[in-house]
Design a protein around this ligand. Structure first.
Ligand code: NAD
Ligand code: WQD
Length: 361
């Protein structure tokens, strides 16, 4: 039972109803550090049912949920509405900033929507954190900021910002730059309280909570590989189109279990609390490159039948190979991805089978 009082640190989780946010909240609520969580999400790409499931996973009764898992359905671009959240909340010890739009293809079709949503929400967040005295933030960045890197594995000092192929990716890069300027300004302003900022560059999160109660629930046709594969596995789609690549004819990525990624955020929050001040950047990945065909095979094993696929053209903008050197996160924060590819697929299958239509059902 995770019924506890409010004494732990209070974390603002933006975009907490979404895929990575909801998994991270289960870790926060089950941590011995006794966190409480305030979620801000406008449900643009998620359902509030995810938080009911989080409460189930964490055995929160009504009373402890009221104290430890508060939800505000607010668009962060609406500064007045967002300010009311800060006014109504205890002082935040830190923020984890997941909120953002993330569909790569759509960001090419409607770039202004992506630039304004992702940038304005972040500006409002940083201004309100300043105003209400919150000095620690972990930001959801992405391996996409490395563009098509020449050498593998990718380290944190691999150049960023060059060769990013889409508007979504550029919002991540731009927000990183904003965070750096904001961090550096602190030393130029006398009396300014120093910040702790952690930029987390995720590689490819997949899988679901092992309970099968929460997972990735894309709207419409999935853009990403594993949600698509899971829908083929459960019979919602007939076959996967495998986009071409260089290695074995398919692309290579660094897939990591979403629970490992979720734990990476707790490491970052604890690391910032210990350091109090600093600008940190970490890759979060496993360090292993897997091809599309490796993933199709692993999912076939998890679900007990073959996944039908057809070979297709390369997807415009796709890079061939991308995997992390994640040793810095280990050295500095003690974080390491421990879950195997089989666990990623087994947990994804468990979620997909129990929720064939996502949260809607
Ligand atoms: P998600 O879409 O499931 O979650 C993002 C959440 O932000 C959604 O619940 C959405 O409703 C909310 N949101 C968007 N705009 C908002 C606004 N203006 N106000 C309030 N809420 C808003 O995505 P996810 O997969 O959980 O990703 C979380 C973060 O990690 C995103 O910033 C994403 O870009 C980043 N990221 C994701 C991946 C990935 O492969 N999933 C990889 C790298 C980085
Ligand atoms: C993985 C591999 C595809 C679908 C994207 C974003 C990136 C990040 C993660 C947020 C590739 C192949 C895919 C399909 C396929 N998101 N594929 N058939 O492209 O690494 O990255 O998501 O930051 O910014 O660009 O992930 O899951 O789309 O693709 O063959 O139907 O699967 O070509 O090799 P990607 P993905």
């Amino acid at each position: 039972n995770t019924k506890r009082n409010m004494s732990g640190p209070c974390i603002l989780v933006t975009g907490g109803c979404g895929y990575i946010g909801s998994h991270t909240i289960t870790c926060l609520l089950q941590s011995p550090l006794n966190y409480s969580v305030v979620v801000v999400d406008n449900l643009a790409n998620s359902s509030a049912v995810s938080l009911d499931r989080v409460a189930e996973i964490c055995n929160l009764d009504e009373e402890s949920r009221k104290q430890r898992l508060v939800f505000h359905n607010v668009d962060m671009c609406d500064e007045d509405a967002f300010r009311k959240v800060f006014e109504a909340s205890p002082k935040f010890d830190a923020c984890i900033h997941f909120a953002g739009l993330k569909a790569v293809g759509e960001s090419q079709k409607i770039p202004l929507k992506y630039y304004s949503n992702n940038m304005v929400s972040t500006f409002n967040l940083l201004n309100l954190m300043e105003e209400f005295g919150c000095h620690a933030i972990a930001f959801s960045s992405s391996a996409t900021v490395y563009g098509a890197a020449d050498t593998m594995p990718i380290t944190e000092s691999t150049p960023v910002g060059v060769g990013i192929t889409n508007a979504y990716g550029r919002t991540k890069y731009m927000i990183e730059e904003v965070l750096k300027d904001y961090y550096n300004s602190k030393s130029l302003n006398e009396g300014a309280k120093p910040m702790a900022i952690t930029i987390l560059r995720y590689f490819n999160p997949v899988g679901a909570h092992p309970s099968g109660k929460i997972g990735e629930d894309p709207n419409g046709i999935p853009n990403n590989l594993m949600p698509y594969v899971a829908q083929v596995a459960v019979g919602r789609r007939e076959f996967l189109t495998v986009f071409g690549g260089d290695y074995d004819g398919t692309g290579v990525r660094d897939y990591l279990h979403v629970m490992d990624l979720a734990e990476g955020h707790l490491s970052a929050i604890e690391y910032m609390a210990k350091k109090e001040e600093g600008l940190f950047t970490f890759n979060l990945g496993t360090g292993n490159g897997m091809s599309v065909l490796d993933m199709v095979k692993a999912m076939g094993k998890a679900c007990g039948h073959e996944i039908k696929y057809k070979m297709g053209e390369r997807r415009p903008g796709d890079i061939s190979t991308c995997y992390a050197d994640a040793s810095l996160a280990k050295e500095e924060m003690g974080w390491v991805a421990t879950r195997t590819l089989d666990e990623m697929c087994a947990d994804l299958w468990c979620w997909q089978q129990q929720n064939p239509n996502g949260f809607a059902a």
